[in-house]
Design a protein around this ligand. Structure first.
Ligand code: ADP
Ligand code: MG
Length: 273
């Protein structure tokens, strides 16, 4: 569902609209440990429809684990995760879903994830990477899937690479294919885990530009972990700063990035700048 939202440049108007939108991702008291190490420490987060949230924090602070829990790629020890008003990953009687049922449920709720390492199918062309899941998970016919895949490749500026294999594409192109793939079934929530961290610096801009357009033109709800501070300031409605698995500061992107209140945030930002 595409809701026209004012561009991020019109921040006050956007914030007023977002405040009235429904919560589409809710994380409550989320706790997870690996052995003795607490990786998520009672974390609470609510994200409203159309909101763009940037997750910042030092390496090891729990950003990937949080995103993976929201997408139910990980189990956790305590707390709750709701996406699209549902407790993703469980059937009506509270039993855990298997991988196939979970993929179908993710598709039905409309949550997709983009990874640092692209995760494309190496033996498939760009077109097949986008069209394949539409057929396997979303029950598109071959013809419809290819038509939709071509639309999405055009969206990310890659019509001319439709028949290329991943290894013949640049990292930036591969990540744009991965974004086209995740967008193809029209998700309402998109999780992006350091989408530009694996890229050479000169390829970062083309990927950020695609993401920026999703926020501004499509009103997509997004949670993005990133170290790109300028991008976060331009695109995010809200910045959430993690340290040791807990939120130590959050607020409007500009406020947090320009005038951090927490010393951990301030230190991190001064090192990154
Ligand atoms: P970030 O994405 O912010 O860098 P992560 O969520 O990847 O942080 O990791 C948080 C912490 O959890 C780190 O200390 C990391 O070493 C640890 N961790 C992540 N995945 C595993 C795993 N599969 N087994 C053990 N420890 C892990
Ligand atoms: Mg990470």
């Amino acid at each position: 569902v595409v809701r026209p939202l004012p561009a991020v440049t019109d921040r006050e108007k956007r914030a007023a609209i977002l405040a009235g939108n429904k919560v589409v991702v809710e994380v409550g008291a989320l706790t997870k440990s690996y052995g003795p190490q607490t990786v998520l420490d009672g974390l609470d987060l609510k994200v409203r429809e159309g909101e763009v949230v940037a997750l910042l924090g030092p390496s090891g602070s729990g950003k990937s684990t949080l995103l993976r829990c929201i997408n139910h790629l990980e189990d956790w020890d305590d707390g709750l995760v709701w996406v699209g008003g549902r407790r993703l990953g469980f059937d009506a009687s509270g039993r855990k879903l298997g991988p196939r049922a979970l993929a179908n449920e993710r598709a039905a709720i409309g949550v997709g994830m983009v990874f640092q390492q692209f995760n494309l199918f190496h033996h498939l062309t760009a077109l097949e990477n986008v069209a394949g899941p539409l057929r396997w998970v979303h029950e598109y016919s071959k013809e419809d899937a290819e038509k939709r895949a071509r639309e999405l490749l055009a969206r990310v500026g890659l019509s001319h690479r439709a028949d290329a294999l991943p290894r013949h594409m640049s990292g930036g192109q591969q990540q744009r294919v991965a974004i086209a793939r995740v967008l193809a079934p029209s998700p309402s929530v998109l999780l992006l885990d350091e989408p530009t961290s694996a890229l050479d610096p000169e390829l970062v801009g083309e990927v950020l530009e695609v993401i920026r357009r999703l926020a501004v033109e499509d009103g997509l709800t997004m949670i993005i972990s990133t170290h790109q501070l300028r991008f976060a300031e331009e695109v995010a409605d809200r910045v959430v700063f993690l340290s040791r698995g807990a939120i130590v500061e959050e607020g409007p992107a500009r406020e947090v990035l320009r005038r951090p209140k927490n010393p951990l945030t301030a230190k991190f930002l001064s090192v990154m700048a």
